[in-house]
Design a binder for this molecule. Sequence first.
Ligand code: HEC
Length: 145
Amino acid sequence: MRKTAIILVSLIALVAACNKKPVQQQEAPDIYEPSELALLMRKMEFENQLLRKQILEGADSFTFPSAYKNLTSSKPTTPGTVNQTFKEHSAAYALVMEQLQSGDSSMTYRFNKGVDACIDCHHSFCGGPIPRIEKLRITSSENQN
Ligand code: HEC
């Protein structure tokens, strides 16, 4: 009899413990905290949106946002993202940015090459934002500055 009671009590405790979990999850609202790297990406996206606007408004020179220089020192959402391949991609990206800063080709061409460079790394690391990044591209109907 006693044994059954003990089993019963522990069963109830177990069920109660299991039931607690979803309640706790509901209590703690699921607020997505962006990582340092994600915030840096948003900054790069924003600064490129401004740059895009300047080009469309006829600017005669431009400077790519320099935030990319911190890519490897920013904490990513998923630990391990900043691996050797990521480091190679960011070095390649930084080089492309510097090369595109000036040159004989049109600003639209150089800006769009920069967009390609964003997407290049995203093919390897984080495909989700690619459609969002594509929106930066200046189409031929928009400008040939
Ligand atoms: C060297 C690789 C690399 C390059 C270059 C790169 N990205 Fe990213 N990007 C990432 C990774 C990895 C993440 C995921 C970051 C995380 O979740 O911590 C990311 C995330 C993002 C996000 C989503 C941020 C969010 O809200 O969670 C956007 C938008 C983005 N990148 C835009 C860009 C743009 C625009 C460029 C070019 C100006 C660019 N990225 C260049 C690797 C790169």
